[in-house]
Design a protein around this ligand. Structure first.
Ligand code: JB3
Length: 282
């Protein structure tokens, strides 16, 4: 993935592979004025307004959440990296939060998000896409290894700020890193710290004083007790729990429904109640 800090270019300038900041048209319908394409145009127009006149966006995005470090949720238009099932949910979170989505970058031009009637236009493949000025990226792939691979291709300065669904509750005394997506119904309590590009999935609870590393995935319904920690690149499975004060290392996998009662070393896979090691992690 390349970073292009030059001004926007006219169509067809430069290499054929460069994909520019443009209003995407839906590849399936090709219809310029379908409800979906109108939605995409609205996303893009709002994004342009926001980038030129930031004071406008509270009018359009009342669900914005203030962050403890003084930032607000992302206000820049975003490009989704990955266009599968997870990306569809990320798209809805962005729309609910008033964050404009420019389009999707996926190695498959026919990915589900590009095909969906309410989806967004396909912009290009990861290795040939040129990120335009004025947009940030959100990694919208669920698989942690794929996320890490894609992140390795990106310029860190371009990441979107955090995006929070309006139904989530995030303490003003919590910190969310860049590229974090907080899904519907999640709770992030006081003094919790969520690392860059981590996924706080649907109805997850991150209690007070938790530390979550970069690119970790807290799967739907998982619960971190107060002061628990989760290392970078670790998956906490669906409805798993980590008891208060317990630490899970980096690149671990905690199986669905597991209850972690003791510290877990880097790279371990643990399952069950209480959780026991069964091998190596991601
Ligand atoms: O369980 C829940 C709530 N969500 C799951 C999520 C966490 O992970 C979901 O049910 C899925 O199991 C999975 O969602 P995801 O990652 O969207 O998987 P899938 O539907 O298979 O879509 C992955 C998309 O990423 C595909 O369109 C791939 O082509 C694309 N992709 C994979 N590797 C990539 C890359 N795209 C780019 N640009 N670059 C890559 O390296």
């Amino acid at each position: 993935m390349l970073r292009d800090r030059r001004p926007m270019q006219p169509p067809n300038a430069g290499t054929e592979q460069a994909v520019r900041f443009q209003i995407p048209t839906h590849p399936a319908s090709g219809c310029a004025y379908s409800p979906a394409s109108i939605g995409r145009r609205a996303d893009l127009i709002l994004g342009r307004l926001f980038s030129f006149w930031p004071g406008l966006d509270p009018i359009f995005a009342p669900g914005r959440t203030a962050m403890a470090d003084g930032r607000t949720m992302s206000r820049m238009p975003v490009i989704l990296i990955g266009g599968g099932g997870h990306a569809g949910v990320v798209l809805e979170v962005c729309r609910a939060a008033g964050v404009p989505v420019v389009g999707v970058v996926d190695d498959d031009p026919d990915c589900p998000l590009a095909r969906a009637p309410d989806g967004v236009g396909w912009l290009g493949r990861t290795d040939s896409f040129v990120i335009p000025d004025g947009a940030g990226y959100l990694i919208a792939i669920g698989d942690l290894a794929a996320r890490a691979r894609v992140l390795g291709l990106l310029d860190a300065g371009l990441a979107s700020g955090p995006v929070v669904h309006p139904s989530a509750v995030v303490s003003p005394a919590a910190r969310l890193g860049d590229g974090v997506v907080v899904m519907p119904g999640a709770v992030v309590n006081r003094a919790a710290d969520i690392g860059d590009h981590a996924i706080v999935n649907t109805r997850t609870v991150v209690e007070h004083d938790c530390m979550v590393g970069a690119n970790a995935h807290l799967a739907p319904g998982s619960v971190l007790g107060g002061g628990a920690s989760v290392g970078a690149g670790t998956l906490i499975g669906i409805q798993a729990a980590v008891l208060p004060g317990v630490g899970v290392g980096e690149r671990c996998v905690v199986g669905a429904g597991a209850v972690v009662t003791r510290n877990v070393p880097d790279g371990a896979t643990v399952v069950g109640v209480p959780a026991r090691s069964v091998g190596v992690g991601v």
